[in-house]
Design a binder for this molecule. Structure first.
Ligand SMILES: CC(=O)SCCNC(=O)CCNC(=O)[C@H](O)C(C)(C)COP(=O)(O)OP(=O)(O)OC[C@H]1O[C@@H](n2cnc3c(N)ncnc32)[C@H](O)[C@@H]1OP(=O)(O)O
Ligand SMILES: N[C@@H](CCO)C(=O)O
Length: 392
């Protein structure tokens, strides 16, 4: 049976008809809702020179109240950005990514909260990253861009809090890479956070997570268009778009579940004769679509920086272990795992809760979409976050 729905677009990894792998926001592009904070000399964990001047792109919704106790930081996931809420438009590749949790009447509500979200250091949606001009020569940083860590990212977020007059967040919450940052906030700045929301995340990245990221990094690096990371100024437009699309195909498979993919696509043929190399199963078409779509909105060098940040994440690194690192955090923690998440399984959340101590519970949600359930299947998550937020 042939699938209906989205037609197979031959612009897949093999055809070369993908957009360039440099879909980064750069200075001079439309800013949309973004605001910018210049941060001088952000200390970096692994940079020999020790510091980086960063422009942080961020968005806010609502107002900081007189008591300054209603600020909520929403930390985006791996390929996310500051555009939590609001329409797509000039400067914003897509609509806000968490409308189920953030918005009027939602758990995180601009009528009650001062909501802040920033693009991470090394990202490609406004904050200084590899596609931005290097201060020395005006050419893209490319391979020269430092290998930033989750701690570096949180260090920048703390500078943003300082600039906005936020001494203490009511809540720092995020999924995936955002959850790693929520935990890092609790470890790095325990007195500046009242509550953390850690969704589909872990206190220390596991070998399995590093392994999946490694295959994705290889896909990008082995693309001849990668050119060691210095592909921005080439005039043939041949960035590592195939490698980036392949990386997303690998990643997206881990974001969903075996049962879901089988239920949705089964052995359905989307195109041609699957007994020949030209044939394509529906699930292959689906993954190709997600690969192509990411290439239209993300930069390959930023993708590698995100992998590195996730790989090196360990709140306990250099702090005597995760439990010791989190021992000064006296706030409340919501730790959420999705039962079908094969990338950040429930056991990771249990270890994280144990490190937080004080009988921190794990909320296990039943959802079909695995790791991406925080985006695709959010109603129960929204209820949990609303209840947690009310109790802070
Ligand atoms: C937290 C953050 O910071 S957000 C992170 C950045 N954003 C993302 O990762 C979003 C990427 N998108 C997704 O992962 C998903 O679309 C979600 C999670 C948002 C929603 O999940 P779902 O509703 O299950 O969407 P699904 O995974 O089916 O994707 C739908 C797309 O696949 C396409 N598709 C479905 N079947 C096929 C097929 N057989 N062949 C080709 N394309 C297909 C649809 O046409 C649709 O395309 P569109 O998104 O361009 O409109
Ligand atoms: N789909 C999410 C999953 C990783 O957290 C993203 O691309 O950021």
């Amino acid at each position: 049976m042939a699938a209906t729905g989205a037609p197979w677009a031959p612009a897949d990894i093999a055809s070369g008809e993908l957009p360039r792998a440099t879909a980064a926001w750069r200075p001079g592009d439309p800013v949309g809702r973004r605001q910018f904070l210049d941060i001088a000399s952000l200390p970096l964990e692994a940079d020999a020179r020790g510091a980086l001047d960063v422009t942080l792109a961020y968005e806010t919704w609502g107002e900081l109240n007189a008591a300054r106790d209603n600020a909520v930081y929403v930390a985006h996931a791996f390929t996310g950005d500051s555009h939590v809420l609001g329409p797509a438009g000039p400067g914003h590749a897509g609509p806000g990514w968490w409308p189920g949790l953030v918005g009027p009447g939602r758990a995180i509500d601009p009528d009650r909260h001062f909501i802040v979200s920033a693009n991470v250091v090394g990202g490609c949606q406004g904050t200084t990253g590899p596609a931005h001009p290097h201060p020395d020569d005006g050419h893209a940083w490319g391979s020269r861009f430092p290998w930033v860590t989750v701690r570096d990212m949180v260090g920048a977020e703390a500078r943003l809090a300082d600039a906005l007059g936020i001494d203490r967040w009511r809540l720092v919450i995020g999924p995936s890479l955002g959850g790693l940052r929520a935990l890092e906030w609790a470890a790095s700045f325990p007195d500046r956070v009242q509550g953390i929301g850690v969704i589909g995340a872990t206190a220390a990245t596991t070998a399995d997570q590093i392994a999946w990221g490694s295959a994705q990094a290889h896909a990008i690096r082995l693309d001849p268009g990668f050119r060691g990371g210095d592909y921005y100024d080439v005039d043939d437009g041949a960035g590592p778009h195939r490698g980036l699309a392949l990386a997303r195909e690998i990643a997206h498979t881990t974001y969903r579940t075996s049962a879901e993919l089988d239920a949705r696509f089964g052995r359905t043929v989307q195109h041609g004769d699957p007994l020949t190399p030209d044939g394509q199963f529906a699930v292959q078409s689906y993954l190709a679509h997600h690969g192509t779509k990411l290439v239209g909105r993300f930069d390959a060098n930023s993708y590698l920086r995100m992998i590195h940040a996730v790989d090196t994440h360990d709140v306990g690194r250099g702090r005597g272990g995760a439990a010791h690192a989190l021992s000064a955090f006296a706030g409340q923690a919501l730790v959420v795992a999705v039962d079908s998440d094969r990338l950040y399984p429930v056991d990771d959340a249990r270890r994280t809760a144990a490190a937080l101590g004080r009988d921190t519970a794990v909320t296990v949600l039943e959802a079909a979409s695995g790791h991406d359930s925080f985006l695709a299947d959010w109603p129960e998550l929204a209820q949990e976050v609303a209840a947690f937020e009310r109790g802070l």
